[in-house]
Every structure is written in structure tokens, then in C-alpha cells.
Design a protein. Structure first.
Length: 488
């Protein structure tokens, strides 16, 4: 199968461990689920590198002519165990608690902080951001379905999933039965009742003082982590969808277990393909709060600990794209500085090329194809960036350069156009070419924004679909305001 423009898209599927020719069920609506942030702390640059994978995937699909529907959950419960606070693992929660904040207030604060980070990273907004705390009825229904299929057992107020009921359990991650660690981040007190290490908790009693808790057929309590994601994915994308994205550290146990319980509950396949982003280290070391190297975007803006120039989120985005997403990344300040210089050279070169007389159309056409081949080869951004740098040395100029910048920045998102317009005085020229947005599209965008602000996401999503049907799309720009842009 070919994509709409003749380029075939290959993706590396972590589950089957091979390159797969992408063939979505519905090319007009490629359905994507990404495991989103746990909103009790700021996202660090390793988290953001993982979310960049989804952004590059969605942008690539759109440039290749697909329609997308992307869902990213917000994990807004869990991680509030007293034990963790006492161990001092999460100082932010401890501090917020000390200041008299509720878990809900903390979650709301860090959810906003996360969205701000996404805008700074130039991520396209997801089509839905389901909150775990708002999907507990779906999680309970999922566990009921598992119960009916005899895949559940209980003890001590805990309800467990019996992985021996899943044919092929372990195939996604390569984990061998009986060898895994009793991996369960949300099961502090219930290990005693588990029959085997891989079995995992579906429902557990609420410890004293827990703010998020619900009534269920198994008593008052709260759901396990794996059932959260499975229930939200099924609710928003159906029992079978195209792509599941996350960090490699989530492959086991989280993704193995989400898939196991979703397939048993529904009898369907769940995700067709699994994409995993590799780890990010800092100066060769794992990031941790105690080592002081768990950097956020604010830390990058401040600059190296010993002093020196800071870097923007988009500089970091560029740095990430100099490596393939499945290659482990070692963040260093020297590497970040080099990436920022490369980005700045790229923007300056495009600025000059855009102002020059039109030339190099043949080189532009060849490069356009090469760029598409690179992104179609498992989102190979280092190769795509090499194409971009190469064409700038080929004497391309004028309209040919501007057309490439438009198409390429729709994938790269490094500000090739905005900076070219702002910094060079080309703004007037571009303004003259700017298309008038039809009044009814502008009105729909305005209505969507007010619905979104009011928290009426279904209505906002429906409006966005209508805007897309009219040939436009809304993007939440760096400043936070929604802007319209012509599709294609
Ligand atoms: Zn998840």
C-alpha cells in the first residue's frame, strides 16, 4: 500500500521487532494513543523527548496525507502514597501538601505546566487528553469484563489479573514468565496475595487519607495503573487502533499489561503497532532529583549549572531530532549548544535563501522527495535534517526555498518560517501572500477556543473536526493562542 502521495511509510514495531509497512484501518483517521504525563511533578527533558516522538509521528502522517486522531492521557491519580512522601521521593508533593494543597489542585497545576511545556516544544495538541480520574467507570467496566472471563482473583482487598489466562503474554516486551520482578508501582501493600510476579493489581483499597477513591463492586478503592490506560484507550479509540506510543521504560510491565487486559476484556487486538522512544541520559548518567540532573525546560533556559548561555525548548527539540528516536540520547550542554548553533545556521540560511531570487527548482524537487523518504523511513529525522542542510548548499532560492521551508517545518517544527518572517523583514511580502481566513472558519475557531477554555472538550473537538473539514486546522501556538492554518 502507498500513502496518499506515493511514499510508503515504514515504522519499526516494537511488538513484532521488525519494520512494518504502515497500513492503517482508516487513512482519514489514523488512531494513536500515547501514555501521557503523571501530573505531580514537572516534565523533565527525558519525558519531553518521548512526547516528541508522538509529535513527529503525527506531523509526518499529516504531511504524507493521512488524517490523525491522537489521544494522550493525563495520569492525575496515584503516586500519593504516604510511604513515598516519607521517603522524600517527591518533594514537590510534600511541599504542596505542606502548603495545604489537595491532590486535585496539585494535578491541575502540573497539568497546566505540562501543556505550557508542550506549547514551548511546538507539539501539535492531541485531539483528546483524557484524565484518568474522569474514566473510573470505564476502568470498573473493564475489570468486570475480565472477571466474566475468569481472569481475575482477589485477596486482602486487592484484585489481581491472572496473566496465565493470556495466550502469548510476554510477547510484546520479551519478558519471560516467572522471571520478572514483582513490578508494580501502584501496589505497595498487596504483593502477599499475588500468585506470580507478573500478575498485577486491577483494583486496590484506598489507604487512609487518599483523596482519589471510588465505590466499586469490590469495595471503595482505586484502579491499577495498567487498567487506567487500557480503559482510556478503548474508550477514545475503540478496542482496535493503529499506534501505541510511549517511552521504552513503559514497555514492561505497563504496555505488556495494558495489552494483556485489553485483549482479554474485548477479544480484540488493541494496538496494531507499538512505538517506543529510547532513554535520555544526562552526561552519561540516569537523571534523578538527587543527582540534580533531572532537567526541565526552565533549567535549559537558565543554562548550565556553572553559568553560560541558556537554550530554548525548540533548541532542545532540534537537539533531539539529530538522533533517531530509538537511539539512546546522551544530553550534554556542549551537545545542546552545538545543536542550537546548527539550528540558528539553518534558520539564517533559509532566511537568506528566501530573500534571494528564485532558483534551484530541480534541486528542490529532488530534495523534497529525499526528505519524504527520510521521514517515511521510521521517522528518520537525522536523515531529514541532513537533506535540509544539503539543499541549502545547492543554491536554492526565492519561492522554491520558501515552499520547502513551509513543507519541512510542518514536520520539523523548528521555526524555519516564523523566524525567517520576523527577523528578515520578509514579513511584508508574506503578509501580501497571506490567505484570508473565511469568516465562518474564524468564527468556529473562536467558538472552539471558548468551549475549550470552559472545559467542554467534546464540543471543542467537534468544532475542530468541522474546521478541518473546511480545510483548516487550529494549532495552539507558542504564545498559547489558537491560530488557524490551511491544511495541505
Ligand atoms: Zn499508559
Amino acid at each position: 500500500m502507498h500513502t496518499r502521495d506515493g511514499t510508503r511509510l515504514f515504522l519499526y514495531d516494537s511488538a513484532s521487532r521488525g519494520s512494518v509497512l504502515f497500513a492503517p484501518a482508516d487513512p482519514e483517521r489514523v488512531r494513536i494513543y500515547t501514555c501521557g504525563p503523571t501530573v505531580y511533578r514537572y516534565a523533565h527533558i527525558g519525558n519531553l523527548r518521548t512526547y516528541l516522538l508522538t509529535d513527529l509521528l503525527v506531523r509526518t502522517l499529516r504531511v504524507l496525507g493521512y488524517g490523525t486522531f491522537a489521544v494522550q492521557n493525563i495520569t492525575d491519580m496515584g503516586h500519593m502514597h504516604q510511604e513515598q512522601l516519607e521517603e522524600g521521593e517527591d518533594k514537590v508533593i510534600a511541599a504542596a501538601r505542606a502548603a495545604g494543597k489537595s491532590a486535585r489542585e496539585i494535578a491541575a497545576f502540573f497539568t497546566e505546566a505540562y501543556f505550557r511545556d508542550c506549547r514551548r516544544m511546538a507539539f501539535l495538541p492531541a485531539d483528546a487528553y483524557p484524565r484518568a480520574s474522569e474514566h473510573v467507570p470505564e476502568m470498573i467496566a473493564l475489570v468486570r469484563a475480565l472477571e466474566e472471563r475468569g481472569a481475575v482473583y482477589g485477596g486482602g482487598g486487592y484484585l489481581y489479573f491472572d496473566v496465565s489466562k493470556v495466550p502469548g503474554y510476554g510477547a510484546l516486551s520479551g519478558a519471560a514468565l516467572g522471571e520478572g520482578a514483582p513490578a508494580e508501582r501502584t501496589d505497595p501493600g498487596g504483593h502477599l496475595h499475588k500468585k506470580r510476579p507478573e500478575d498485577f493489581v486491577l483494583w486496590m483499597p484506598a489507604e487512609p487519607g487518599r483523596e482519589f477513591q471510588w465505590d466499586s463492586p469490590w469495595g471503595r478503592g482505586w484502579p491499577g495503573w495498567h487498567s487506567e490506560c487500557a480503559a482510556m484507550a478503548i474508550r477514545h479509540l475503540g478496542p482496535e487502533f493503529d499506534l501505541h506510543v510511549g517511552g521504552i521504560d513503559l514497555r514492561f510491565p505497563h504496555h505488556e499489561n495494558s495489552r494483556a487486559l485489553a485483549t482479554v476484556a474485548t477479544g480484540k487486538r488493541f494496538a496494531a503497532l507499538w512505538l517506543h522512544a529510547a532513554h535520555l541520559l544526562v552526561d552519561g548518567k540516569k537523571m534523578s532529583k538527587s543527582a540534580g540532573n533531572e532537567y526541565t525546560l526552565d533549567d535549559l533556559e537558565t543554562g548550565p549549572p556553572g553559568g553560560g548561555k541558556g537554550f530554548s525548548a525548540v533548541d532542545f527539540r532540534y537537539y533531539c531530532m539529530t538522533l533517531h528516536y530509538a537511539t539512546p540520547m546522551n544530553f550534554t550542554w556542549v551537545g545542546q549548544a552545538a545543536a542550537a548553533r546548527a539550528r540558528s545556521r539553518l534558520l539564517a540560511a533559509f532566511r537568506r535563501a528566501a530573500l534571494a531570487a528564485t532558483s534551484g527548482e530541480d534541486a528542490a524537487a529532488a530534495s523534497r522527495l529525499e526528505f519524504r523518504e527520510a521521514i517515511s523511513d521510521d521517522l528518520n529525522m537525522p536523515r531529514a535534517l541532513a537533506v535540509v542542510h544539503k539543499v541549502l548548499r545547492s543554491g536554492i532560492g526565492g519561492e522554491a526555498a520558501r515552499a520547502l521551508a513551509t513543507e519541512w517545518d510542518a514536520v520539523l517544527g523548528v521555526g524555519m518560517l516564523s523566524e525567517a518572517e520576523c527577523d528578515s523583514g520578509v514579513g511584508g511580502v508574506r503578509e501580501g501572500e497571506a490567505e484570508e481566513i473565511p469568516a465562518e472558519v474564524a468564527a468556529m475557531a473562536q467558538e472552539r477556543e471558548s468551549r475549550r477554555r470552559a472545559g467542554d472538550y467534546p464540543a471543542a473537538d467537534a468544532l475542530r473536526e468541522r474546521i478541518r473539514a473546511a480545510g483548516y486546522d487550529v494549532l495552539d501556538a507558542a504564545g498559547g493562542a489558537a491560530v488557524l492554518r490551511k491544511i495541505g
